[in-house]
Design a protein around this ligand. Structure first.
Ligand SMILES: C[S@@+](CC[C@H](N)C(=O)[O-])C[C@H]1O[C@@H](n2cnc3c(N)ncnc32)[C@H](O)[C@@H]1O
Length: 217
């Protein structure tokens, strides 16, 4: 996972380049693996503190964790836990290649935990494929079959993401669809570009603000 994550980190950072992180001080990468993306964000935004939440067995693989290797341990905490049970408080959350692992009901449980724990006007940055319309060939459709075979997950269209996020109490702002990335020779396209909440342009993410059951911008 780590080697592939390294490629995807650059896609995600590019996608997030126009995002305003000035009001985000704490970020939690939920299901964040060994923390490659979290470290990329820490490098890009020096005021940021990150928590990488993953299963205890994953964050216990101390020789594979990126923060100590990159000298970022003072700003990056690894937390062994279960996102279905609880996530730590943060100004913003990242879910990269996580939602597609799970059914709608399971995603709802994860997203509800984020909503419960988020600090202030929170955001969720979600990165996954966005499945295009039925007439369009797309790698995500092959991956959808793969996800069906290996577990409860699935790939989703922009409308399905919007509905899922909305049902979990997160406000959908816009979806900018998917894109190809010619500079990376991978059969897999970069993460999805969905936007929930406030501004950003191209990317792999979801921004949302939620407070006490009321939508806020
Ligand atoms: C497909 S990987 C994505 C990893 C990383 N976000 C990335 O993009 O490279 C899904 C991650 O979710 C983690 N995970 C699975 N179940 C989890 C749970 N209940 N709580 C926290 N993390 C979990 C896995 O260990 C794995 O690291």
């Amino acid at each position: 996972m780590t080697s592939y994550s390294a490629v995807e980190t650059q896609w995600a950072l590019t996608a997030l380049a126009n995002e305003d992180f000035s009001q985000i001080h704490t970020l939690c990468d939920v299901g964040g693996g060994h923390g490659h993306l979290a470290c990329g964000l820490l490098n890009a935004y020096p005021h940021l503190q990150a928590t990488v939440l993953d299963l205890p067995g994953v964050v216990g693989e101390t020789d594979q964790l990126w923060a100590p290797k990159l000298g970022l341990s003072d700003r990056c905490r690894y937390l062994g836990g279960d996102m279905f049970h609880e996530v730590p408080p943060a100004d913003a959350y990242v879910l990269k290649s996580v939602l597609h692992d799970w059914s709608d009901d399971e995603c709802m449980r994860i997203l509800a935990n984020l909503r419960r724990a988020v600090v202030g006007a929170g955001r969720v940055f979600a990165a996954d494929f966005v499945v295009p319309g039925p007439e369009e060939p797309h790698f995500s459709k092959l991956f959808d079959i793969h996800m069906m075979l290996v577990g409860t997950g699935r790939e989703r269209t922009a409308a399905e993401f919007a509905e899922l996020m909305g049902a979990a109490g997160w406000r959908y702002a816009c979806g900018t669809g998917y894109r190809t990335l010619s500079t990376v020779s991978s059969p897999r396209l970069p993460p999805l570009v969905l936007r929930f909440g406030s501004a950003w342009s191209i990317g792999s993410v979801v921004c949302t603000r939620y407070r006490k059951g009321l939508w806020r911008r």
